[in-house]
Structure formats: structure tokens, C-alpha cells
Design a protein around this ligand. Structure first.
Ligand code: GDP
Ligand code: GDP
Length: 435
């Protein structure tokens, strides 16, 4: 379970610069596979051997210079709700701004650890200007320069030390976790309620197993699992007005702590930006994904067929298109159990381990008949491959010149792998390494 660090502060203080510095290295690895970057406000970071997620909350309310105070307030409240540690960034060039005071006031009331980063301290003589920020009443200050990275090491040492202990999971929590995610009104609670209505499927009701989410333990298809209701999180939230991006923010923790995400889409609205963002959060976290196109009862099948809808979604989620898409209705109860059954299958796909000898027998002939293209007259040879013993499927191919293998070839290998083995709904990683 990874902890969440939120970056807050008014526009232009350097939040995204600092954020990019934190996630840089990790992202390069993950995105080299898919070749795309999508949500630029969320990423994974690692410091002193501790992994954590970073959210640039400013990114979710960006857009204008003259941002409203009420929006900053929401941003900070959201950060307080959704994160474990908060980094509050201010700008030494500008000194204390009334909006900084506003943010500080909110943060002072909180018990969560807050670190005050005074940014743009590029030179020694700017150091003297940092002291005024003690007036914000948030304790120690961390002078940094997000651009060069100076001072960020000390700040991160402190941040990581303040992250909550990684809790050992109880047996109950080790059950597979399926998170029901999606935009407001997609039908998440209706889905869960419909399933709960069929109470013969339920074993027990465990409220608050995790901090916010509501878990329901199911036993179906000879399989025990927890269904995590993220709609419940929203209901409890302080924020009344449910702005779209908050549904993304609020999904983060549930997604991170899940094995499979059941992403519900409202068929009457189509598959839009926020759906894509939530999908991408699941993919980025290497979680299994099942897409439910819900409210299918409301669609006029003359104008929109399932195949058309499905194709449109696959265009949006490319290149990770090997994902089950199921058309449901919580009103007519159409395919609700089917959805669970598929989620169970995706869970199993994600856990599957391919024996090394079998894997070599299957993959090496394919690679031999379609090798990576030669570069500068040099032939690239792959002699051996294996699945790594990692929690999510990762495959390594050992080559004489791995640095010359480009993304299109990686995709070719991934496509072949998906044709042969069933990894439907599961993001996979492929690496080429030196023999
Ligand atoms: P955000 O709106 O808070 O996300 O701020 P940005 O990260 O977009 O940065 C706003 C401006 O401050 C940009 O022009 C950055 O180049 C600049 N900036 C960020 N970090 C530093 C720094 O360490 N030193 C200096 N001098 N400028 C910086
Ligand atoms: P949530 O915010 O994702 O939990 O969405 P809800 O479950 O609260 O559903 C939002 C609205 O859509 C409610 O008025 C539901 O009755 C309605 N709804 C949910 N699923 C369906 C469905 O399959 N068909 C139809 N026609 N309406 C639905």
C-alpha cells in the first residue's frame, strides 16, 4: 500500500516543477512501454527506498491566474482528505501572499503532517528572504529550488520520515479487492446495491475496513473477494459540489489499494475525459480493469450498437485495448453477475505465472521468425526470456543489444504475448535487458 503526498499552493509558485522532479525517473520507466503520458498531475515517486504517490492538486484546479480563493480552499480540503502528507509550496520571489495565508490557516488546523517548501531559492542571498515564511505558523521551513533540485533532498527526507508505517495486512484485507470506480452518477452505488439485494451472495458487511471506503465481502463463483464502494466515499465527503476532477482524486486511494478496478461508464454520456483519467490511473498502477458501460437500458439500439460503443472506447484507451467491456443495467439487472465473473477472471489473469521453459519454447520461435530490425548493420539477438516473480505481470527478454530495441517491437512482442496467453484486462510490462 503506498502512501499519498499532496502538493498544494497557489498558482505559479512552482508546484508542477517540483512534482515533475519527483516523478521523473519512475515515469520514464512506465511510460516507455505504452509510449503515452496522460494525467500529468499524478505519479509515483521513491525516496530512501520508500515508494509513494504524488498528487499535484494544483493541476486539477489550474486554468487561470486569478484563481478563486474558494477553489484554493477546495483544493486544500481535498488534499487533506485524500493524502497522508502535505507539501505546501510558496514562492520566495513574491513573499507571503494573502492566498498563502489563507492556505496556511486551513493547514494549521490539521493534524496531518505539513511541510512548508519555500521555492525558487536559487541563490544564497535569497536564503535571507525565506525567514519571513516562519510567520505562516507552520513550523520549520524547507528552502528549495524545484528547478535545480537544490534543497529537495532534505525536504524529501522529512516527508518520507512522516509517511505512515506500512501496515501489515490482516487476512481479511488480503482478500482480492475489486474497486468500483467511475464518475459521479455512473451507477456505482446502484451496482453495489443491486448485488447486495441478492443477499445470498454476501458473507458479511465490513464497514470501514480501509480508512474511507466501504467494503462488502462477497462469495461468488467459489471465490471470496471484497467489493470496494467508492461512491460511498463521495457521500461522506465535505465537498458538496461534486466537481468532475474530484471524482478522479477520490478514486486514487481506492484504485491503489485494489487488485481489479471495475470502471463504470454512463452509456448516455459516452466515454469522456474523466473516464479516461480514471482508466489511466488504474493502468498506471498496474491494476486489472473491467469496463462496464452502464445504463445500457437507456440507449436506443438503432442509433448506437454495442460494437460501435465498444470500438469508440478502445480508440480512447489505446494502446492498452485488451480490456473487457460489458454492457450493463442496474435497473434491468442485465449482466451484473457477469461483470463480477469477468472481474474474477481478470484477477486470475493478473496472478498467472508462466513457467520459464514453456515461455521460452513459445516466444523464442516467434522472435526468431520476426527479430528486432537490425540497426547500423548490427543484428539483435534474443536468446532467453522469462516472467519475473513480481506482483503484476512483467516479462524480461535478454538481448545482446537491448538498447537498440524500439517501442514498436516492444508492442509487437506484447501483442503476441496477449494473443497466446490470456492477459485480458491486465497491464503488462516488457523489458529488454543485457544478456
Ligand atoms: P505551479 O503553477 O505552482 O505548478 O508552478 P510551475 O511549476 O508551473 O512554475 C511557475 C513558474 O516558476 C515557471 O515559470 C517555473 O519555471 C518557475 N519556477 C519553478 N521552480 C523554480 C525555481 O526553483 N526557481 C526559479 N527561479 N523559478 C522556478
Ligand atoms: P453513482 O454516483 O455512480 O453511485 O451513481 P448512482 O448509483 O447513484 O446512480 C446515479 C443515477 O443513475 C441514479 O438516479 C440511478 O437510479 C441511475 N442509474 C444507475 N444505474 C442505472 C441503469 O443501469 N439504468 C438506468 N436507467 N439508470 C441507472
Amino acid at each position: 500500500m503506498s502512501s499519498i503526498v499532496a502538493i498544494v499552493g497557489r498558482p505559479n509558485v512552482g508546484k508542477s516543477t517540483f512534482f515533475n522532479r519527483l516523478i521523473q525517473r519512475r515515469d520514464a520507466i512506465v511510460d516507455s512501454v505504452s509510449g503515452v503520458t496522460r494525467d500529468r498531475n499524478y505519479g509515483k515517486s521513491e525516496w530512501n527506498g520508500r515508494e509513494f504517490s504524488v498528487i499535484d492538486t494544483g493541476g486539477y484546479v489550474k486554468g487561470s491566474e486569478d484563481i478563486f480563493e474558494s477553489e484554493i480552499r477546495r483544493q486544500v480540503e481535498l488534499a487533506i482528505d485524500e493524502s497522508d502528507v502535505i507539501v505546501f509550496v510558496v514562492d520566495v520571489e513574491e513573499g507571503i501572499n494573502p492566498m498563502d495565508e489563507e492556505v496556511a490557516k486551513l493547514l494549521r488546523k490539521e493534524t496531518k503532517p505539513v511541510f512548508l517548501a519555500v521555492n525558487k531559492v536559487d541563490s544564497g542571498n535569497r536564503m535571507d528572504d525565506t525567514y519571513e515564511f516562519y510567520n505562516l505558523g507552520l513550523g520549520e521551513i524547507f528552502p528549495i529550488a524545484g528547478m535545480s533540485g537544490s534543497g529537495t533532498g532534505d525536504l524529501l527526507d522529512a516527508v518520507v520520515a512522516a509517511l505512515p508505517e506500512e501496515i501489515e495486512q490482516t487476512e481479511e484485507e488480503e482478500l482480492p479487492r475489486f474497486a468500483v470506480v467511475g464518475r459521479p452518477n455512473a451507477g456505482k452505488s446502484s451496482f453495489i446495491n443491486a448485488l447486495i439485494g441478492e443477499d445470498r451472495y454476501i458473507v458479511t458487511d465490513i464497514a470501514g475496513t480501509t480508512r474511507d471506503a466501504i467494503d462488502t465481502r462477497f462469495n461468488q463463483f467459489g471465490f471470496d473477494f471484497n467489493l470496494v464502494d467508492t461512491a460511498g466515499i463521495r457521500r461522506k465527503a465535505k465537498v458538496k459540489e461534486d466537481l468532475e476532477f474530484y471524482s478522479v482524486m477520490r478514486s486514487i486511494r481506492a484504485i491503489e489499494h485494489s487488485d481489479v478496478c471495475i470502471l463504470m461508464v454512463d452509456a448516455t454520456r459516452g466515454f469522456e475525459g474523466q473516464d479516461q483519467n480514471i482508466f489511466w490511473l488504474a493502468e498506471k498502477n498496474r491494476k486489472g480493469v473491467v469496463i462496464l458501460v452502464n445504463k445500457w437500458d437507456l440507449i436506443d439500439k438503432e442509433t448506437m450498437t454495442a460494437v460501435q460503443f465498444e470500438n469508440k472506447i478502445r480508440e480512447e484507451i489505446a494502446p492498452f485495448t485488451d480490456v473487457p467491456i460489458i454492457f450493463t443495467s442496474t435497473v434491468t439487472k442485465q449482466r451484473l453477475l457477469k461483470a463480477l465473473e469477468v472481474a474474477v477472471k481478470v484477477f486470475e489473469n493478473r496472478k498467472q505465472r508462466i513457467p520459464t521453459s514453456k515461455f521460452n519454447e513459445t516466444m523464442l520461435p516467434i522472435i526468431e521468425s520476426t527479430p528486432p530490425p537490425a540497426i547500423k548493420g548490427k543484428y539483435i539477438k534474443i536468446k532467453y526470456c522469462m516472467q519475473l516473480p513480481t506482483p503484476t505481470p512483467q516479462f524480461v527478454f535478454f538481448a545482446n543489444l537491448p538498447q537498440y530495441i524500439k517501442d514498436p517491437y516492444k508492442r509487437f512482442v506484447e501483442n503476441k504475448l496477449r494473443e497466446i496467453y490470456d492477459f485480458e484486462g491486465v497491464p503488462i510490462d516488457i523489458f529488454f535487458r543485457q544478456k
